[in-house]
Ligand binder design. Sequence first.
Ligand SMILES: Cc1cc2nc3c(=O)[nH]c(=O)nc-3n(C[C@H](O)[C@H](O)[C@H](O)COP(=O)(O)O)c2cc1C
Length: 283
Amino acid sequence: MGNIRIGNLKLENRYLLAPMADVNDIAFRLLCKKAGCGLVYTGMVNPLTKQELILDDKPALQIFSTSERGVEEFIKKYEKKVSLFDFNLGCPAKTAKDLGFGSFMHDKLEVIENILKIMKKSTKKPISIKLRKSDDALKIAKIAEKYCDAICIHPRTASQGYSGIPDIKFAEKLKKNLSIPVIYSGNVNAENADEFLKTFDFVMIGREAMGNPEIFAKLQGKKIKIDFKDYIALAEKYNLKFSQIKMQALNFTKAKKNAKELRRQIVNAKSVLDIEKIEGLFS
Ligand SMILES: Cc1cc2nc3c(=O)[nH]c(=O)nc-3n(C[C@H](O)[C@H](O)[C@H](O)COP(=O)(O)O)c2cc1C
């Protein structure tokens, strides 16, 4: 696939794991990498978090913030452990609305520029932003072009959330106006990914990868068998919470024949052992 790069970061391919808060834990990200994902993103993290991050897989680390506070320190702390720093300008959640971050800070062009400036000054790693569609998105992208190595667009408005049709024309317009790589996100699946790559430099896979890390192998015409046992082994290695393992188990029922019954058993499970006893969840 030639020389594939975001800034100074070399990638094996153009299929990326979209940032998904709660879903993209270290165990899940490692499985996506094993299946051949070009770059895995963490879910959004606030620089003021007290929680120690597990970044053994060198992911792209996504930051959300309403101000410059703590950004420099945070980047310096994790600089050696990540492949790229991304800034979230897409979160449509109520907390984002209440606190004014993600897609609710699009009109704060100066704050955005200051944050990106600090990010650029604080690291030699590539920087990207992830945007939703808005009246200011193009203006933001043009500012970001000065500091960033890539821009990701999920062309739905904040009020669309995760449903409704992504405005692909809007994403194309952004691509036409920018000189840095553009990553497309929104309803990408194993069938349409390469079509998007005719226009965009990279694609991100979100919901289609949930419970299905194998999609990254499929996209490259490869076969790999990833079993929920693989997830459990990694989750135990990294001491992930039982509630997290349960949530991922529910995701992994997606393609199973008797998904409804499997989900009922997962919901009732009281321990990892209970989950391991569920017939049909493992192959
Ligand atoms: C459960 C979930 C959590 C998400 N968390 C984030 C996040 O932390 N940061 C972000 O930029 N986007 C987040 N997204 C949006 C995805 O990255 C992606 O842009 C969106 O889901 C559309 O892509 P898809 O159709 O492939 O899922 C999240 C999406 C889902 C479903």
